[in-house]
Design a protein around this ligand. Structure first.
Ligand code: ADP
Ligand code: MG
Length: 676
């Protein structure tokens, strides 16, 4: 039960199940001093007037506690018989609980109650542990947790909790020992100790993660890789004759970085950061050509079918006149076609493939995969990245492209093992997207505006939120929206296409294609179009129920327009009432188009927990540390981790053995071990 609900299986787990707050039970409150502000309080007094009240269904036990200043009522609704057996009128008790008010009288229901014989057994700080409803129902209340940890701490001694950090680090960074950190986290004897304990355990968490990352990075540098020694015909021919525009300086620089990296004989592991629309795809394509120039295959992997298709069509188009074949491999490519693709990849006759995670299935074998590009990585777990490494006798070079910029602290924790390239420049001629917030009641005006844009020859998106709890509801709200759009746009004159997540793949592709080719004026969609879709002629992005979207999602969606030379617009529709947080998000969107700024705000507002799929990546399970609030510690631990590995890269020295063991344990829990 404990294991299922909270993952606690051993005493050690219990030690690391930290309280999230404490009840201060060092103080006694005089009953007479209770007022409306009193929350949790502890009293010492004498119990009188115990008796049952109410009928069978609402039976309750009531008693009164008094001291020399007043009286307060104690109430039990459950476990009445047990309570009756264990407390007696006329005896003195220490009582603790949450004070409530009813009909002008103060009371405590289900108080913690202990007999009180002398002045010495006043409890100290009492830890409050996270628990679950299921456990509470089974009687595993916070109190029982506290009893467990209390008896645990009565038994264990200093040597039962060995130190894992080297002495010089403890000293240098002013950290308390591990045993005391744990003791004070559960049972702080004063505030200073509690803070020291917290600091120490945060430090440890971040240090371990940074050490893990630094080691991975070190391993990467030792990992031999394919040599892309030359720039050949494919690359040059494309660059000189088929590139539809001039590369920006940032794009050129990044290509150069990648070229240098892939020529060293070491495996490349690189993160390509760039804001929405900065032109990451063309960089990826040119690197894929570089792989081909050196006799290797290359693949580009995207998180959704739509994106994979788009890469496929986009790249096919660009390479058309060069006579290079590229194939699309997704879950819905089946039968003969799939067989042919798999055969082509295995015998090396097929050089380029775009696809979804279907690409990393075991059945997909490459003859010599030289470069794997992973687009919009935050949807892929770290483990999936690792899968790619196993495709050859040597792992391919890996280029990870992010969908939106990532704040520095997050990049350090999630991608700290990768080298980083940044495209910090948008292609020329882009106009700033005009972003506005509109309420539902002005819908008619908004639609009118949209019609005018469409009449100028542009296209528009209308996006509906995904209601995750219910696919059916999703579909219904999308349908309703679709009907509503049809009221505003005469079907004879305006063509509307619709795509959504659960649509049959072929139909989805057809509808998408209608919009891409300009046959449809409006695309009504759920967030399936969130990442990467590229239709430069689209200039209006209308986001319905914008309050339901997160910041990075909104930024991604907005990035679907402003891709051509036309002035583009993003309209965030909400109802009349929105929460403070939603309003703040919308204001941020209206005030800036800078993806890095938005990413920082997003991280600050949401915390790293649910950003960028960090949960599924299993990298960031910090119990105490918060990479935003503790950015300073993060920076410190990163340096410390690097310094330690410089001295002892293999962690062979005796005093680093506990660390080494800890890392190996952590590795087993996450996907990390698969990478190395
Ligand atoms: P993202 O970085 O968001 O993946 P894309 O690679 O989809 O961006 O590029 C966005 C758009 O900008 C595409 O239409 C692409 O053809 C265009 N583009 C990319 N690089 C340039 C450039 N140097 N000059 C002009 N347009 C470019
Ligand atoms: Mg993209």
């Amino acid at each position: 039960m404990l294991r299922q609900e909270l993952g606690i299986a051993t005493f050690e787990d219990l030690l690391f199940h930290y309280p999230y707050r404490y009840f201060d039970r060092t103080q006694m409150t005089k009953i007479g001093s209770v007022n409306a502000q009193t929350e949790y309080a502890q009293f010492a007094g004498t119990l009188i007037n115990m008796g049952e009240e109410g009928d069978a269904r609402k039976r309750r036990l009531v008693a009164t506690l008094y001291d020399d200043t007043g009286k307060i009522e104690l109430i039990w609704f459950q476990g009445i018989n047990w309570v009756k057996k264990n407390i007696r009128e006329g005896d003195r008790y220490i009582v603790f609980g949450k004070v409530a008010q009813f009909n002008g009288f103060y009371n405590i229901s289900h108080p913690e109650i202990e007999s009180w014989n002398n002045e010495t057994n006043i409890p100290g700080m009492q830890p409050v542990y996270p628990t679950t409803e299921k456990l509470r129902v089974r009687g595993l209340t916070n109190r029982s947790f506290a009893k467990l940890t209390q008896s645990l701490f009565e038994k264990i001694r200093l040597h039962d909790v060995p130190e894992i950090l080297p002495a010089n680090i403890l000293h240098q960074h002013n950290l308390c020992g591990r045993f005391h950190a744990l003791l004070w986290l559960h049972y702080p004897d004063n505030e200073h100790h509690e803070q020291m304990a917290r600091y120490r355990m945060k430090w440890e968490e971040l240090f371990i993660s940074q050490l893990m990352i630094a080691r991975l990075r070190l391993q990467h540098t030792l990992q031999p890789g394919w040599v892309f020694g030359k720039v050949g015909e494919y690359f040059n021919n494309f660059f000189n004759h088929h590139l539809p525009f001039q590369l920006t300086n940032a794009q050129k620089r990044v290509i150069r970085e990648i070229r240098q990296d892939t020529a060293t004989g070491k495996q490349m592991n690189r993160l390509l950061q760039g804001d929405v629309g900065s032109g990451k795809t063309i960089v990826a394509l040119m690197c894929m050509l570089l792989a081909m120039d050196n006799g290797f295959q290359a693949c580009i992997m995207a998180p959704t079918e739509i994106l994979a298709q788009q890469h496929f069509f986009g790249i096919s188009g660009l390479l058309e006149e060069m006579g290079i074949t590229i194939k699309l491999l997704t879950g819905s490519v089946k039968g003969k076609e799939r067989k042919a693709i798999l055969a082509g990849l295995a015998d090396g006759s097929l050089h380029l493939v775009a696809g979804t995670h279907a690409l990393i299935e075991d059945t997909v074998q490459f003859k010599n995969l030289g470069l794997a590009v992973i687009d919009e990585q935050h949807r892929f777990g770290v483990g999936q990245r690792a899968q790619l490494y196993k495709k050859n006798q040597l792992p391919p070079h890996v280029l990870v492209m992010t969908a939106t910029p990532i704040p520095r602290t997050l990049a350090m924790t999630m991608y700290g093992d990768l080298e980083v390239s940044v495209i910090d420049e948008l292609p020329p001629g882009r106009q700033e997207i005009i972003t506005v917030h509109r309420r539902d009641i002005t819908r008619a005006k908004v639609m009118e505006f949209m019609r005018k844009e469409i009449d100028k020859g542009r296209q528009a998106y209308i996006v509906y939120p995904l209601i995750e709890e219910s696919e059916k509801l999703d579909y219904e709200s999308l349908m309703q929206g679709y009907e509503q759009v049809k009221v505003f746009f005469n079907e004879n004159k305006y063509k509307i296409a619709m795509v959504y997540g659960k649509q049959e793949a072929g139909e989805k592709a057809r509808n998408m294609a209608r919009f891409v080719k300009g046959e449809a004026n409006i695309l009504v969609a759920t967030t399936v179009i969130e990442v990467g879709v590229n239709v430069p002629n689209a200039s209006v992005m209308l986001i319905e129920s914008a309050e339901r979207f997160g910041l990075s999602q909104l930024h991604q969606l907005r990035g679907r327009v402003g891709r051509g030379a036309d002035q583009s617009y993003c309209i965030l529709m909400t109802g009349f009432k929105v929460s403070d947080d939603s309003y703040k998000r919308i204001q941020i969107m209206v005030s800036t188009t800078d993806g890095f700024k938005i990413a920082e705000e997003d991280l600050a507002m949401r915390g790293p927990g649910d950003m960028y799929g960090t949960k599924q990546s299993g990298v960031m399970k910090f119990k105490l540390a918060d990479i935003v609030a503790d950015a300073g510690i993060l920076e410190e631990t990163r340096k410390a981790a690097q310094a330690l590995l410089t001295l002892d890269p293999r962690l062979t020295s005796p005093e680093h053995q506990p660390l080494r063991y800890t890392l190996s344990q952590q590795g087993q829990q996450s996907h990390w071990s698969k990478i190395s």
